[in-house]
Design a binder for this molecule. Structure first.
Ligand code: PLP
Length: 425
């Protein structure tokens, strides 16, 4: 726990003593803008820009020979980037593929691991996860001939939080797979992965995780958790760029399985270009690639991840907790009397990288914030998500956001905005 104080001077003190403060200059930060949306789309760093320009140059100069250039760097790009990703998730690099999108990867892992039998055919989900996970799972159970009403079992949340004991209680003999997020996109709640994974394994249930809001925000140790699979995106805290290539993890004990969705980039490198009709599966995570890797969508990630490796997740998490702790302190001190509440859990071990700020007029307040140069995001019905990011947000910016919010409330300037929602909020 930190001792925080109110006042601009104190925010300056925090910035002057921030060991990661120098990193901010490596990012493109728009003038007169306070970016609080790195939990949705991280900012571009110069490091990420450099590796992207490298790929463009290679393509410009080499054409198709890009695949052989630099010791097959781009042909093996998934494995190369997996090496940079591995320390962030505590896995072996050969357990990771940089591939697809999170949603496609959910299809990939579920079609690989979901082997329903007459008695064990249900997939256990919650009711507050990002909905694409459910859409993908429901379509997978339909493909196997079941109805979602029967084959998808839902653990009910209580006041927007999920209780691990409720999940464990729902692990009945008919459950084949449990699939949950590690950090909730709305409330930033961290789920106790190890507790749930152990309980699932004791009951013979396959268990997988959606790490989208975890990777790059907090330390994840897949080795010690020993889950069967995981998926995550790279455009949020990892700053890989809009729609950057996602990632998946296959526990090495499952390398002998065939991917549910096979393709020629899952074939062994030695025989891939013999173009045989028989699929010769690579027996590691890279065997879960499908088609030609999306090099341009991976390039920024290479530069960005190097930055994470240089600094280390422990240091990044330390600052992230301090930033969100400071933000919560200022909210408690200045905004509670204006109808705001903090909608996330307070303990360090139970909150991810953003603060969930609730207000019944949250939508209009989020528009007023945008009008004042702050970029938050909004999640229905009443949540403003504020993500101060360890690599590029200053304590001074956190202070200013709360100051601006206070002014918006005192002047009631949010009232001039309409409640009608934009298509992308
Ligand atoms: C928890 C979670 N899972 C999945 C997704 C969507 O992944 P994608 O659109 O990259 O497939 C998101 C997007 O924000 C998310 O927050």
């Amino acid at each position: 726990m930190y001792e925080f104080k109110d006042g601009l001077e104190f925010s300056k003190f925090l910035d002057n003593n921030d060991p990661l403060g120098y990193l901010r200059q490596r990012f493109y930060i728009r003038k007169n803008t306070i970016y609080m949306c790195g939990n949705s789309l991280g900012l571009l760093s110069k490091d990420a820009e450099d590796t992207t320009v490298d790929v463009i140059e290679k393509w410009k100069n080499e054409g198709v020979q890009i695949w052989n250039a630099d010791d097959n760097k781009y042909y093996l790009y998934s494995s190369r980037i997996a090496k940079l990703m591995a320390p962030l998730v505590g896995a072996d690099d050969d357990e990771i593929a940089i591939v697809g999108s999170t949603t496609v990867n959910i299809h990939q892992v579920i079609s690989t691991f979901y082997k329903p039998t007459k008695d064990r055919y249900k997939i256990l989900l919650d009711d507050i996860n990002f909905p694409t996970d459910r859409y993908a799972i429901e379509s997978q159970v339909i493909l196997k001939g079941y109805s979602p009403e029967d084959a998808v079992k839902t653990v009910k949340s209580v006041n927007n939080f999920l209780d691990e004991d409720d999940v464990i209680e729902a692990m009945t003999d008919d459950v084949a797979v449990v699939f949950l997020p590690t950090v909730y996109y709305r409330t930033a709640q961290i789920i106790h992965m190890k507790k749930i994974t152990d309980a699932a394994k004791e009951r013979g249930i396959i268990v997988g995780w959606d790490l989208c809001h975890a990777v790059g925000a907090l330390e994840v140790d897949l080795k010690s958790i020993d889950a069967d699979f995981a998926v995550w995106c790279t455009y949020k805290y990892l700053n890989g760029g809009p729609g950057s290539c996602a990632a998946l993890y296959i526990n090495r004990k499952h390398f002998q399985l065939l991917p549910g969705l096979a393709g020629w980039f899952g074939n062994k490198a030695e025989t891939q270009f013999l173009l045989r009709q028989k699929f010769d599966h690579r027996k590691d995570g890279s065997g879960w690639q499908i088609g030609t890797p999306h090099i341009l969508s991976m390039a920024a990630l290479e530069g960005s991840l190097k930055m994470f490796i240089d600094i280390g997740m422990e240091t990044i998490r330390h600052k992230s907790l301090k930033l969100t702790g400071y933000l919560m302190y200022l909210i408690d001190t200045k905004l509670i009397q204006h109808g705001f509440s903090v909608g996330n859990l307070r303990e360090d071990s139970r909150r991810g990288g953003h603060v969930c700020l609730k207000h019944e007029d949250g939508y209009r307040i989020s528009l007023a914030l945008k009008g004042r140069g702050v970029v938050p995001d909004f999640r229905d019905p009443n949540v403003i998500r504020l993500a101060p990011v360890a690599l590029y947000t200053s304590y001074g910016e956190v202070y200013s956001v709360v100051d601006i919010l206070l002014d918006i409330m005192k002047t009631e300037s949010y009232k001039k905005f309409s409640c009608k929602r934009n298509v992308v909020v």
